[in-house]
Design a protein around this ligand. Sequence first.
Ligand SMILES: Cc1cc2nc3c(=O)[nH]c(=O)nc-3n(C[C@H](O)[C@H](O)[C@H](O)COP(=O)(O)O)c2cc1C
Length: 198
Amino acid sequence: MPDFFDVVLKQRACRAFRPDAVDDALVERVLEAATFAPSAENKQPWVFVVVRDPERRAAIGDLNRRAWEGGAKSHSESRLTPTLLDEVDRGAQGGIAGAPVLVVVGGDTRLGDRRVLAASVFPAVENMLLAAGALGLGAALTTLPLVFGDELAEIVGFPFEVQPIAVVPLGWPARPMGPPKRLPVAEKAHRDAFGSPW
Ligand SMILES: Cc1cc2nc3c(=O)[nH]c(=O)nc-3n(C[C@H](O)[C@H](O)[C@H](O)COP(=O)(O)O)c2cc1C
């Protein structure tokens, strides 16, 4: 198993996957990591639907594509670097739906106020991404399909009380991914008060 910092410092969004299956034992390991995340009042409001069914994956892929082509792409065109725009475009056009597993992550509103529910679910999603990386799997946090959240909820049969929060593709990366591009700590951290350099 790789060192924790090797995993964290290499963590990247994977949007292109080999078709090879990911067995349940690995998926469960990823989900186990997710369920060890913190949550407000330890209510653990996360819900995971592991989608392997090709029709449902295609339907989720269709939401991705519609959200992207229906406005998200034009919104992003001037905001993303050409490389990132191209990666998100390929992901939305079928790369993400090409993952053998799509985990639709929800939040149970009976276990947390709707306004802060996501804050109790995203730490679990981050644990999934890190666990996937530690196992050599590719994964990504995606929210584009939430543009059609009601349809997403229907595809996976969420009851009214469960709100879709993210879709995480899981699979073997189609190709090695380069290092993440991140700003140095010194550009983000302050000592004692904002503006005082680290
Ligand atoms: C809240 C959130 C929503 C995101 N939604 C999407 C998405 O819908 N589709 C997608 O391809 N990537 C999505 N991403 C992934 C980001 O684009 C990615 O984390 C970021 O560009 C950094 O890229 P890297 O992981 O390749 O370094 C999302 C990330 C976050 C944190």
